[in-house]
Design a protein around this ligand. Sequence first.
Ligand code: SAH
Ligand code: SF4
Ligand code: F3S
Length: 477
Amino acid sequence: MSKVERKNIQVSQEEIARQHQFIEEIKQLNYQKEMQTERKKRFYLATFGCQMNEHDSEKLAGMLGEMGYSECEDMDESDLIIFNTCCVRENAELKVYGHLGAMKHLKEKNPDMIIAMCGCMMQQPEVVEHIKKVYRQVDLIFGTHNLYKFPELLFSAINSNKTVIDIMDSIGLIAEEMPIERKDEVKAWVTVMYGCNNFCSYCIVPYVRGRERSRYIENIVDEVRMLGRQGLKEITLLGQNVNSYGKDLGNDTTFAKLLGELNEVEGIERIRFMTSHPKDLSDELIFAMRDLNKVCEHLHLPFQSGSTRILKEMNRKYSKEDYLNLLEKVKINIPGISLTSDIIVGFPGETEEDFQDTLDVVEKGRFDQIYSFLYSKRTGTPAAKSVDQVPEEVKKERFQRLMEVQNRISNEINHEYLDKEIEVLVEGESKTNDKIYTGRTRENKIVNFDGNSEMIGKLVRVKIDTVKTWSLEGKVL
Ligand code: SAH
Ligand code: SF4
Ligand code: F3S
């Protein structure tokens, strides 16, 4: 049975063209200023949060590049400061407020400076109210749904003495054909879908990123083809829950089908994706991962808690057994696959027994790596209302024990690589030593080795001679 065609949520061509006009207007302004001052306008962009935000920042940088701005590392030196914020946990928000406070004196020194705030935090009305009241140095506030309108909003902020605020409280739109400035020459992020419909009871993301909406498959394939032509070798497909890709498109498109099409794109050697929700990980996707040669043997599959009771409270829609069975199926079908996961420690009502279930899943799952977080209360989410909050010391103590177990397992798994020869995609010089080069295996393990700049973007074979908890070291063959 064919589904109903979804209603049009694409930003129109006319609107995109209008934004390009604002880019042009700001470019002219900047050019005139540059002539007078003999100094190019500069922007400083700080990004908090996940890959979605990192990728949104690449879009902001793309637009700013076309406006004639160059990026700088020093807030003091910049004409425009942008904070692309995250609100998934309290400490992400506190970091932003810390920076904002410190920016007051910068603005006093340079009143022409524009300070802009965007990203997930700004989709919360109480945050915007707070910033308006307390941090009057802010000139522009916009959210996640109207990133494409940034040229127009920046133009208004430059030409106004008041704070420009534009938060779209919509389920979200999709804008194609805006510039993107990718810094990495080897790998690229590609958004396949926006938003989330899952409403896990602890999580703020569905409230700030809107409902699930998939990009059209043609647009994604076109973008990846272009990346292949530009010489990029690896793509990571992004979405809060990539497994639901296509469900809203009203045709038979699935994530597995998208992977199949992308596997054919010339030039691209490796395909990764994140994040996958256990409840939506279909057999079709597992088989696609098994059969498609470019899709890497790595799966990030957050389980959040090992306790079936807590999982129900979290609204995750699977039990401990469902999750362990799913892992087994994945491991049987894709031998050698590396697994990673997210875990929340200290969800309201979590007992020692519940936590033991989490440790048990970590032991049985044998993940290559886990990302664990102390539960953080997010206003507006159901779990925040629970009276059964776990004391901070208990959370920290459990977190510590979890890390110890996982560090042992990561070490054990990495030791299996000793003396093996593996394929590494070379990404660049290591940050600490310019004679050492760094890259990743298909399983997403970081490998450091003796290399040279000729190797960047190439696949090399490395023999592993040293093993650490977070990385491997070796010699190029
Ligand atoms: N869509 C992805 C990631 C969402 S945010 C997914 O579903 O897996 C990334 C991680 O942050 C989540 O997996 C979860 O482990 C963690 N997280 C989300 N809300 C949190 C909260 N209130 N407190 C602590 N950790 C949280
Ligand atoms: Fe948050 Fe759950 Fe959606 Fe992930 S799936 S973004 S944890 S609500
Ligand atoms: Fe943070 Fe928004 Fe990502 S809340 S984790 S930046 S989707």
